[in-house]
Ligand binder design. Structure first.
Ligand SMILES: Cc1cc2nc3c(=O)[nH]c(=O)nc-3n(C[C@H](O)[C@H](O)[C@H](O)COP(=O)(O)OP(=O)(O)OC[C@H]3O[C@@H](n4cnc5c(N)ncnc54)[C@H](O)[C@@H]3O)c2cc1C
Length: 459
Protein backbone atom coordinates (compact mmCIF):
# COMPACT_ATOMS: atom_id res chain seq x y z
CA UNK A 1 0.00 0.00 0.00
CA UNK A 2 3.05 2.28 0.27
CA UNK A 3 3.68 5.30 2.41
CA UNK A 4 1.38 8.32 2.57
CA UNK A 5 2.35 11.96 3.02
CA UNK A 6 -0.57 12.53 5.38
CA UNK A 7 -2.97 10.30 7.31
CA UNK A 8 -6.14 11.92 8.63
CA UNK A 9 -8.05 10.19 11.41
CA UNK A 10 -11.78 10.96 11.10
CA UNK A 11 -13.99 12.03 8.21
CA UNK A 12 -16.08 14.74 9.90
CA UNK A 13 -16.11 18.15 8.24
CA UNK A 14 -12.73 19.22 9.72
CA UNK A 15 -11.00 15.99 8.58
CA UNK A 16 -12.54 16.37 5.13
CA UNK A 17 -11.63 20.08 4.82
CA UNK A 18 -8.04 19.14 5.77
CA UNK A 19 -7.94 16.28 3.24
CA UNK A 20 -9.31 18.60 0.55
CA UNK A 21 -6.75 21.36 1.10
CA UNK A 22 -3.75 19.06 1.52
CA UNK A 23 -4.88 16.92 -1.42
CA UNK A 24 -5.17 19.99 -3.63
CA UNK A 25 -1.67 21.00 -2.53
CA UNK A 26 -0.45 17.72 -4.06
CA UNK A 27 -0.09 15.57 -0.92
CA UNK A 28 -0.87 11.86 -1.03
CA UNK A 29 -3.55 11.64 1.66
CA UNK A 30 -5.27 8.70 3.38
CA UNK A 31 -8.40 9.50 5.43
CA UNK A 32 -9.74 6.80 7.79
CA UNK A 33 -13.28 7.09 9.19
CA UNK A 34 -14.55 4.65 11.79
CA UNK A 35 -18.21 4.90 10.83
CA UNK A 36 -19.89 3.63 7.70
CA UNK A 37 -20.62 7.16 6.47
CA UNK A 38 -18.61 10.38 6.26
CA UNK A 39 -19.49 13.82 7.60
CA UNK A 40 -19.58 13.19 11.36
CA UNK A 41 -21.87 15.88 12.77
CA UNK A 42 -22.33 17.44 9.32
CA UNK A 43 -24.71 15.22 7.35
CA UNK A 44 -28.37 14.45 6.55
CA UNK A 45 -30.26 11.17 6.12
CA UNK A 46 -33.79 9.95 5.47
CA UNK A 47 -36.20 8.77 8.18
CA UNK A 48 -39.65 7.66 6.98
CA UNK A 49 -39.54 10.03 3.99
CA UNK A 50 -38.24 13.06 5.97
CA UNK A 51 -34.62 14.23 5.48
CA UNK A 52 -33.20 14.98 8.95
CA UNK A 53 -29.84 16.70 9.55
CA UNK A 54 -27.41 15.72 12.29
CA UNK A 55 -28.99 18.44 14.46
CA UNK A 56 -30.50 21.78 13.42
CA UNK A 57 -27.76 23.99 11.91
CA UNK A 58 -27.20 27.69 11.16
CA UNK A 59 -23.96 28.16 9.22
CA UNK A 60 -22.29 31.41 10.21
CA UNK A 61 -19.74 33.83 8.71
CA UNK A 62 -20.69 33.03 5.12
CA UNK A 63 -19.83 36.49 3.78
CA UNK A 64 -16.16 36.57 4.74
CA UNK A 65 -15.50 33.88 7.35
CA UNK A 66 -13.36 30.73 7.04
CA UNK A 67 -16.07 28.69 5.28
CA UNK A 68 -16.25 31.35 2.58
CA UNK A 69 -12.47 31.11 2.15
CA UNK A 70 -12.60 27.31 1.82
CA UNK A 71 -15.52 27.48 -0.63
CA UNK A 72 -13.84 30.12 -2.80
CA UNK A 73 -10.37 28.58 -2.83
CA UNK A 74 -10.94 24.83 -2.73
CA UNK A 75 -14.47 23.75 -3.73
CA UNK A 76 -15.15 22.88 -7.37
CA UNK A 77 -18.65 24.32 -7.05
CA UNK A 78 -20.40 26.55 -4.53
CA UNK A 79 -23.28 25.13 -2.52
CA UNK A 80 -26.26 27.49 -2.38
CA UNK A 81 -26.91 28.97 1.05
CA UNK A 82 -30.36 30.35 1.78
CA UNK A 83 -30.72 33.34 4.08
CA UNK A 84 -30.97 31.96 7.61
CA UNK A 85 -33.88 34.18 8.61
CA UNK A 86 -34.66 35.36 12.10
CA UNK A 87 -34.08 34.14 15.65
CA UNK A 88 -37.26 33.98 17.74
CA UNK A 89 -38.33 33.26 21.27
CA UNK A 90 -41.29 30.95 21.81
CA UNK A 91 -43.51 32.31 24.56
CA UNK A 92 -46.88 31.00 25.79
CA UNK A 93 -48.45 33.70 23.55
CA UNK A 94 -46.57 32.76 20.37
CA UNK A 95 -43.23 33.74 18.88
CA UNK A 96 -41.35 37.01 19.30
CA UNK A 97 -38.26 38.16 17.33
CA UNK A 98 -35.00 38.13 19.27
CA UNK A 99 -33.63 41.70 19.24
CA UNK A 100 -30.81 42.25 16.73
CA UNK A 101 -29.57 45.52 18.22
CA UNK A 102 -29.85 47.67 21.33
CA UNK A 103 -32.81 49.68 20.00
CA UNK A 104 -34.82 46.51 19.42
CA UNK A 105 -33.62 45.17 22.73
CA UNK A 106 -35.06 48.15 24.62
CA UNK A 107 -38.51 47.33 23.18
CA UNK A 108 -38.19 43.60 23.89
CA UNK A 109 -41.05 43.14 26.34
CA UNK A 110 -40.48 39.44 27.00
CA UNK A 111 -38.33 40.53 29.94
CA UNK A 112 -39.12 43.35 32.41
CA UNK A 113 -38.25 46.90 31.29
CA UNK A 114 -35.97 47.57 34.27
CA UNK A 115 -33.92 44.47 33.36
CA UNK A 116 -33.73 45.47 29.68
CA UNK A 117 -32.09 48.76 30.59
CA UNK A 118 -29.67 47.05 32.97
CA UNK A 119 -28.80 44.38 30.37
CA UNK A 120 -28.27 46.86 27.54
CA UNK A 121 -25.88 48.80 29.76
CA UNK A 122 -24.04 45.55 30.51
CA UNK A 123 -23.76 44.70 26.77
CA UNK A 124 -22.42 48.19 25.99
CA UNK A 125 -19.92 47.92 28.85
CA UNK A 126 -18.73 44.49 27.69
CA UNK A 127 -18.27 45.74 24.12
CA UNK A 128 -16.36 48.80 25.32
CA UNK A 129 -14.02 46.64 27.41
CA UNK A 130 -13.44 44.30 24.52
CA UNK A 131 -12.90 47.23 22.10
CA UNK A 132 -9.98 48.31 24.20
CA UNK A 133 -8.54 44.82 24.35
CA UNK A 134 -9.64 44.05 27.92
CA UNK A 135 -10.01 40.32 28.41
CA UNK A 136 -13.63 39.07 28.46
CA UNK A 137 -12.87 35.40 27.73
CA UNK A 138 -12.23 34.62 31.40
CA UNK A 139 -15.15 36.60 32.86
CA UNK A 140 -18.28 34.58 33.40
CA UNK A 141 -21.64 35.97 32.26
CA UNK A 142 -22.99 35.33 35.75
CA UNK A 143 -20.34 37.53 37.40
CA UNK A 144 -20.73 40.25 34.77
CA UNK A 145 -24.53 40.59 35.03
CA UNK A 146 -26.14 43.39 37.01
CA UNK A 147 -27.55 42.20 40.35
CA UNK A 148 -31.26 41.79 41.21
CA UNK A 149 -32.44 40.66 37.76
CA UNK A 150 -35.80 38.90 37.65
CA UNK A 151 -36.00 35.10 37.37
CA UNK A 152 -37.45 35.47 33.82
CA UNK A 153 -34.43 37.49 32.72
CA UNK A 154 -32.00 35.05 34.35
CA UNK A 155 -33.76 32.13 32.60
CA UNK A 156 -33.47 33.99 29.28
CA UNK A 157 -29.73 34.68 29.74
CA UNK A 158 -29.13 31.11 30.90
CA UNK A 159 -30.91 29.66 27.83
CA UNK A 160 -28.82 31.87 25.51
CA UNK A 161 -25.63 30.70 27.30
CA UNK A 162 -26.64 27.04 26.95
CA UNK A 163 -27.11 27.39 23.21
CA UNK A 164 -23.90 29.35 22.67
CA UNK A 165 -21.53 27.34 24.85
CA UNK A 166 -23.47 24.26 25.96
CA UNK A 167 -23.00 25.38 29.56
CA UNK A 168 -24.80 27.64 32.05
CA UNK A 169 -24.00 31.31 32.66
CA UNK A 170 -21.50 30.53 35.43
CA UNK A 171 -19.33 28.62 32.92
CA UNK A 172 -19.96 30.77 29.84
CA UNK A 173 -17.67 33.71 29.14
CA UNK A 174 -18.86 37.21 28.27
CA UNK A 175 -16.79 36.98 25.08
CA UNK A 176 -18.62 33.83 23.96
CA UNK A 177 -22.01 35.52 24.25
CA UNK A 178 -20.90 38.67 22.43
CA UNK A 179 -19.20 36.73 19.62
CA UNK A 180 -21.84 33.98 19.37
CA UNK A 181 -24.69 36.46 19.17
CA UNK A 182 -22.78 38.43 16.50
CA UNK A 183 -22.54 41.58 18.63
CA UNK A 184 -18.79 41.27 18.12
CA UNK A 185 -16.51 39.70 15.52
CA UNK A 186 -14.05 36.95 16.39
CA UNK A 187 -10.41 37.92 16.83
CA UNK A 188 -8.46 37.23 13.67
CA UNK A 189 -5.82 35.40 15.69
CA UNK A 190 -3.09 37.71 14.42
CA UNK A 191 -0.88 39.62 16.78
CA UNK A 192 -2.41 42.96 17.73
CA UNK A 193 0.45 45.38 17.26
CA UNK A 194 0.97 48.74 15.55
CA UNK A 195 -1.72 49.61 13.04
CA UNK A 196 -3.46 46.26 13.60
CA UNK A 197 -4.36 47.37 17.13
CA UNK A 198 -5.75 50.67 15.84
CA UNK A 199 -7.77 48.78 13.21
CA UNK A 200 -9.04 46.38 15.86
CA UNK A 201 -10.19 49.17 18.20
CA UNK A 202 -11.74 51.16 15.36
CA UNK A 203 -13.63 48.11 14.15
CA UNK A 204 -15.02 47.39 17.62
CA UNK A 205 -15.99 51.03 18.18
CA UNK A 206 -17.74 51.24 14.82
CA UNK A 207 -19.66 48.09 15.74
CA UNK A 208 -20.60 49.75 19.02
CA UNK A 209 -21.95 52.75 17.12
CA UNK A 210 -23.90 50.52 14.76
CA UNK A 211 -25.44 48.73 17.70
CA UNK A 212 -27.60 51.75 18.38
CA UNK A 213 -29.45 51.58 15.08
CA UNK A 214 -28.54 48.74 12.80
CA UNK A 215 -28.81 45.03 12.47
CA UNK A 216 -25.39 43.67 13.32
CA UNK A 217 -25.70 39.95 12.69
CA UNK A 218 -23.05 38.38 10.47
CA UNK A 219 -24.22 36.52 7.37
CA UNK A 220 -25.77 33.19 8.23
CA UNK A 221 -27.36 30.58 6.03
CA UNK A 222 -28.82 27.13 5.64
CA UNK A 223 -27.60 25.00 2.71
CA UNK A 224 -30.30 24.49 0.07
CA UNK A 225 -31.08 20.75 0.01
CA UNK A 226 -29.99 20.23 3.64
CA UNK A 227 -26.74 19.97 5.54
CA UNK A 228 -25.48 17.11 3.38
CA UNK A 229 -25.21 19.57 0.47
CA UNK A 230 -22.12 21.08 2.08
CA UNK A 231 -20.66 17.61 2.68
CA UNK A 232 -21.39 16.57 -0.92
CA UNK A 233 -19.67 19.69 -2.31
CA UNK A 234 -16.53 18.84 -0.29
CA UNK A 235 -16.58 15.18 -1.41
CA UNK A 236 -17.16 16.13 -5.06
CA UNK A 237 -14.15 18.48 -4.94
CA UNK A 238 -11.77 15.90 -3.45
CA UNK A 239 -8.79 15.26 -5.79
CA UNK A 240 -7.88 11.66 -6.79
CA UNK A 241 -4.72 11.65 -4.64
CA UNK A 242 -6.97 11.57 -1.53
CA UNK A 243 -7.92 8.01 -0.59
CA UNK A 244 -10.87 7.58 1.79
CA UNK A 245 -11.65 4.40 3.72
CA UNK A 246 -14.74 4.06 5.95
CA UNK A 247 -15.38 1.45 8.68
CA UNK A 248 -11.72 1.93 9.67
CA UNK A 249 -11.25 2.87 13.32
CA UNK A 250 -7.74 4.02 14.19
CA UNK A 251 -6.69 2.43 17.48
CA UNK A 252 -3.07 3.56 17.72
CA UNK A 253 -0.89 6.38 16.45
CA UNK A 254 2.63 5.05 16.08
CA UNK A 255 5.65 7.15 17.05
CA UNK A 256 9.40 6.86 17.19
CA UNK A 257 11.37 9.16 19.51
CA UNK A 258 8.40 11.53 19.81
CA UNK A 259 7.87 11.75 16.05
CA UNK A 260 4.62 10.41 14.49
CA UNK A 261 5.21 7.60 11.99
CA UNK A 262 1.72 6.35 11.11
CA UNK A 263 -1.43 4.69 12.49
CA UNK A 264 -2.85 1.25 13.23
CA UNK A 265 -6.40 -0.08 12.97
CA UNK A 266 -7.24 -3.47 14.50
CA UNK A 267 -6.17 -5.19 11.26
CA UNK A 268 -3.77 -2.95 9.37
CA UNK A 269 -1.00 -0.43 9.84
CA UNK A 270 -0.27 2.58 7.63
CA UNK A 271 2.85 4.77 7.48
CA UNK A 272 2.96 8.50 6.83
CA UNK A 273 5.07 11.60 7.38
CA UNK A 274 2.21 13.51 9.03
CA UNK A 275 -0.74 12.31 11.15
CA UNK A 276 -3.75 14.56 11.74
CA UNK A 277 -6.26 13.54 14.40
CA UNK A 278 -9.78 14.93 13.90
CA UNK A 279 -11.52 12.68 16.46
CA UNK A 280 -11.72 13.73 20.13
CA UNK A 281 -8.41 15.27 21.30
CA UNK A 282 -9.23 14.01 24.79
CA UNK A 283 -8.91 10.42 23.44
CA UNK A 284 -5.31 11.05 22.30
CA UNK A 285 -3.68 9.60 25.45
CA UNK A 286 -5.37 6.22 24.71
CA UNK A 287 -4.01 6.25 21.16
CA UNK A 288 -0.45 7.47 21.49
CA UNK A 289 2.45 6.85 23.90
CA UNK A 290 5.11 9.41 24.74
CA UNK A 291 2.70 12.30 25.52
CA UNK A 292 4.10 14.48 28.35
CA UNK A 293 2.00 14.17 31.58
CA UNK A 294 1.29 17.94 31.67
CA UNK A 295 -0.26 17.74 28.18
CA UNK A 296 -2.34 14.70 29.18
CA UNK A 297 -3.71 16.59 32.17
CA UNK A 298 -4.54 19.60 29.94
CA UNK A 299 -6.48 17.29 27.60
CA UNK A 300 -8.40 15.94 30.60
CA UNK A 301 -9.68 19.47 31.25
CA UNK A 302 -11.55 19.52 27.92
CA UNK A 303 -15.20 20.16 28.72
CA UNK A 304 -17.97 18.65 26.58
CA UNK A 305 -21.74 18.80 26.39
CA UNK A 306 -24.09 16.21 24.95
CA UNK A 307 -27.23 17.21 23.12
CA UNK A 308 -30.50 15.45 22.42
CA UNK A 309 -32.24 16.37 19.18
CA UNK A 310 -35.87 15.40 18.60
CA UNK A 311 -36.98 15.48 14.95
CA UNK A 312 -40.73 15.64 14.45
CA UNK A 313 -42.27 15.04 11.04
CA UNK A 314 -45.73 16.65 10.88
CA UNK A 315 -48.65 15.56 8.70
CA UNK A 316 -49.07 19.19 7.52
CA UNK A 317 -47.46 22.64 7.75
CA UNK A 318 -48.80 24.31 10.87
CA UNK A 319 -49.12 28.02 11.64
CA UNK A 320 -46.90 27.82 14.75
CA UNK A 321 -43.89 27.23 12.45
CA UNK A 322 -44.79 29.73 9.78
CA UNK A 323 -41.36 31.42 9.71
CA UNK A 324 -37.80 31.06 8.38
CA UNK A 325 -35.12 30.84 11.08
CA UNK A 326 -35.17 29.29 14.52
CA UNK A 327 -36.70 29.64 17.94
CA UNK A 328 -35.62 29.33 21.55
CA UNK A 329 -37.84 28.17 24.37
CA UNK A 330 -36.24 29.60 27.50
CA UNK A 331 -38.66 28.53 30.20
CA UNK A 332 -37.79 25.46 32.25
CA UNK A 333 -35.86 22.91 30.10
CA UNK A 334 -34.90 25.18 27.17
CA UNK A 335 -34.66 24.07 23.56
CA UNK A 336 -33.48 25.49 20.22
CA UNK A 337 -35.67 24.54 17.25
CA UNK A 338 -35.67 24.95 13.45
CA UNK A 339 -38.45 24.13 10.96
CA UNK A 340 -35.90 23.07 8.32
CA UNK A 341 -38.45 22.00 5.69
CA UNK A 342 -39.41 25.70 5.35
CA UNK A 343 -36.05 26.31 3.58
CA UNK A 344 -36.34 24.02 0.59
CA UNK A 345 -38.59 21.47 -1.04
CA UNK A 346 -37.80 17.80 -0.65
CA UNK A 347 -36.73 17.97 3.01
CA UNK A 348 -40.25 16.87 3.97
CA UNK A 349 -42.79 15.13 1.73
CA UNK A 350 -45.00 17.66 -0.10
CA UNK A 351 -47.33 19.57 2.27
CA UNK A 352 -45.68 18.14 5.39
CA UNK A 353 -43.27 19.82 7.81
CA UNK A 354 -40.05 18.81 9.61
CA UNK A 355 -38.90 20.46 12.84
CA UNK A 356 -35.73 19.71 14.82
CA UNK A 357 -35.64 20.53 18.57
CA UNK A 358 -32.28 20.40 20.37
CA UNK A 359 -31.89 20.15 24.15
CA UNK A 360 -28.74 20.10 26.28
CA UNK A 361 -28.72 16.61 27.77
CA UNK A 362 -28.50 15.89 31.44
CA UNK A 363 -26.10 12.95 31.33
CA UNK A 364 -26.96 11.91 34.87
CA UNK A 365 -30.46 10.98 33.73
CA UNK A 366 -31.38 7.94 31.64
CA UNK A 367 -31.87 8.50 27.92
CA UNK A 368 -35.47 7.27 28.07
CA UNK A 369 -36.42 9.84 30.71
CA UNK A 370 -34.56 12.61 28.84
CA UNK A 371 -36.58 11.76 25.71
CA UNK A 372 -39.84 11.85 27.65
CA UNK A 373 -38.89 15.14 29.27
CA UNK A 374 -38.07 16.61 25.85
CA UNK A 375 -41.45 15.57 24.41
CA UNK A 376 -43.22 16.98 27.50
CA UNK A 377 -41.48 20.33 26.97
CA UNK A 378 -42.33 20.43 23.26
CA UNK A 379 -46.00 19.74 23.91
CA UNK A 380 -46.05 22.32 26.73
CA UNK A 381 -44.53 24.95 24.40
CA UNK A 382 -46.68 24.05 21.35
CA UNK A 383 -49.74 22.22 22.71
CA UNK A 384 -51.35 21.62 19.28
CA UNK A 385 -48.33 19.84 17.82
CA UNK A 386 -49.24 16.39 19.19
CA UNK A 387 -52.14 16.03 16.74
CA UNK A 388 -49.84 16.31 13.73
CA UNK A 389 -46.85 14.12 14.62
CA UNK A 390 -46.30 11.24 12.17
CA UNK A 391 -42.55 10.74 12.63
CA UNK A 392 -40.41 10.94 15.77
CA UNK A 393 -36.63 10.52 15.57
CA UNK A 394 -34.01 11.07 18.30
CA UNK A 395 -30.27 11.85 18.02
CA UNK A 396 -27.76 12.06 20.86
CA UNK A 397 -24.57 13.85 19.85
CA UNK A 398 -21.61 15.88 21.07
CA UNK A 399 -22.05 19.07 19.00
CA UNK A 400 -18.53 20.34 19.63
CA UNK A 401 -15.54 18.27 20.73
CA UNK A 402 -14.71 20.96 23.30
CA UNK A 403 -17.20 23.39 24.84
CA UNK A 404 -15.81 26.94 25.08
CA UNK A 405 -16.11 27.58 28.81
CA UNK A 406 -14.16 29.90 31.06
CA UNK A 407 -12.02 27.13 32.52
CA UNK A 408 -12.18 24.38 29.86
CA UNK A 409 -9.08 23.53 27.81
CA UNK A 410 -8.90 24.09 24.05
CA UNK A 411 -5.96 22.39 22.34
CA UNK A 412 -3.53 23.82 19.78
CA UNK A 413 -3.16 22.28 16.30
CA UNK A 414 0.38 21.22 17.15
CA UNK A 415 0.88 18.46 19.75
CA UNK A 416 4.04 17.66 21.72
CA UNK A 417 4.62 14.78 19.23
CA UNK A 418 6.37 16.07 16.13
CA UNK A 419 4.30 15.73 12.94
CA UNK A 420 1.15 14.83 14.91
CA UNK A 421 -1.52 17.53 14.66
CA UNK A 422 -5.08 18.05 15.87
CA UNK A 423 -7.95 19.62 13.92
CA UNK A 424 -11.63 20.35 14.61
CA UNK A 425 -13.80 21.96 17.23
CA UNK A 426 -11.47 21.11 20.11
CA UNK A 427 -8.45 22.73 18.43
CA UNK A 428 -9.69 26.32 17.99
CA UNK A 429 -11.76 28.57 20.22
CA UNK A 430 -13.04 30.95 17.54
CA UNK A 431 -16.71 30.90 16.54
CA UNK A 432 -18.91 27.80 16.72
CA UNK A 433 -19.53 24.45 15.08
CA UNK A 434 -18.69 24.11 11.40
CA UNK A 435 -17.23 27.63 11.26
CA UNK A 436 -14.98 26.74 14.19
CA UNK A 437 -13.96 23.51 12.42
CA UNK A 438 -13.10 25.62 9.34
CA UNK A 439 -11.05 28.12 11.40
CA UNK A 440 -9.19 25.19 12.91
CA UNK A 441 -8.46 23.67 9.49
CA UNK A 442 -7.09 26.91 8.03
CA UNK A 443 -4.88 27.41 11.07
CA UNK A 444 -3.66 23.80 10.83
CA UNK A 445 -2.59 24.39 7.22
CA UNK A 446 -0.62 27.47 8.36
CA UNK A 447 1.13 25.42 11.05
CA UNK A 448 1.96 22.65 8.56
CA UNK A 449 3.47 25.30 6.28
CA UNK A 450 5.38 26.87 9.15
CA UNK A 451 6.79 23.44 9.98
CA UNK A 452 8.13 23.18 6.43
CA UNK A 453 5.85 20.35 5.25
CA UNK A 454 4.02 22.38 2.64
CA UNK A 455 5.39 24.53 -0.11
CA UNK A 456 3.73 27.96 0.23
CA UNK A 457 3.60 28.38 -3.57
CA UNK A 458 1.61 25.14 -4.02
CA UNK A 459 -1.42 26.11 -1.92
C1 LIG B 1 -27.49 19.24 17.54
C2 LIG B 1 -26.37 19.97 16.86
C3 LIG B 1 -26.55 21.27 16.43
C4 LIG B 1 -25.50 21.97 15.83
N1 LIG B 1 -25.71 23.23 15.38
C5 LIG B 1 -24.74 23.86 14.68
C6 LIG B 1 -24.96 25.12 14.06
O1 LIG B 1 -26.03 25.69 14.17
N2 LIG B 1 -23.97 25.69 13.35
C7 LIG B 1 -22.75 25.09 13.20
O2 LIG B 1 -21.87 25.62 12.52
N3 LIG B 1 -22.51 23.90 13.79
C8 LIG B 1 -23.46 23.27 14.52
N4 LIG B 1 -23.22 22.06 15.09
C9 LIG B 1 -21.84 21.57 15.22
C10 LIG B 1 -21.18 21.03 13.96
O3 LIG B 1 -21.99 20.08 13.32
C11 LIG B 1 -19.89 20.35 14.42
O4 LIG B 1 -19.18 21.19 15.29
C12 LIG B 1 -18.97 19.97 13.28
O5 LIG B 1 -19.66 19.23 12.30
C13 LIG B 1 -17.81 19.17 13.91
O6 LIG B 1 -16.91 18.78 12.96
P1 LIG B 1 -15.58 18.01 13.38
O7 LIG B 1 -14.94 17.54 12.15
O8 LIG B 1 -14.76 18.88 14.27
O9 LIG B 1 -16.03 16.79 14.31
P2 LIG B 1 -16.97 15.51 14.05
O10 LIG B 1 -18.14 15.83 13.22
O11 LIG B 1 -17.21 14.96 15.43
O12 LIG B 1 -16.06 14.49 13.23
C14 LIG B 1 -15.14 13.63 13.81
C15 LIG B 1 -15.10 12.35 12.96
O13 LIG B 1 -14.01 11.54 13.38
C16 LIG B 1 -14.43 10.18 13.42
N5 LIG B 1 -13.52 9.49 14.34
C17 LIG B 1 -13.33 9.75 15.66
N6 LIG B 1 -12.39 8.94 16.17
C18 LIG B 1 -11.97 8.14 15.16
C19 LIG B 1 -11.01 7.09 15.07
N7 LIG B 1 -10.30 6.68 16.14
N8 LIG B 1 -10.82 6.48 13.88
C20 LIG B 1 -11.51 6.88 12.77
N9 LIG B 1 -12.46 7.86 12.81
C21 LIG B 1 -12.67 8.48 13.98
C22 LIG B 1 -15.89 10.29 13.89
O14 LIG B 1 -16.60 9.11 13.59
C23 LIG B 1 -16.36 11.51 13.12
O15 LIG B 1 -16.88 11.19 11.85
C24 LIG B 1 -24.26 21.33 15.67
C25 LIG B 1 -24.08 20.00 16.05
C26 LIG B 1 -25.13 19.33 16.64
C27 LIG B 1 -24.92 17.89 17.04
Amino acid sequence: MGRYDVIIIGGGISGLFSALILGKAGKRVLLLEKRESLGGNCNSYIVDGFQVDTGPHAITGLANGPIRQIIDEYLNYTPVFLDYGTYHLRTPDGIVRVPANITEFIGFDVIPRRDRLALSQAITKALTLSAFGIETTTQSVHDFLPKNLSTTTLAFVDAVCHFLSGKDMRKTSVHRVLAGSSFMSEPSGEKKNGSRLTEHVTDRISRLGRLATNKVSESQGYPRGGLKTLLNAVLYSMPPNVEIQTNQEVKRITTLDRVATGVETSEESFESSIVIHSGFAKELPEMVDELPPAYVSDLQRIDQTKSLTVWLGLTKEISEFNYIGSEIWFQEHPYWAMPISNYSQGIAPRGKQLIGFTFVMNEKRRLKSEKERAMDTITRAIPRIERFIEMEHYQTTTPEKAAVTIDGYIAENRTPIKNLYLVGTDADRRSMGITRAAYSTLHLIEEIKNDGHLDRRKE
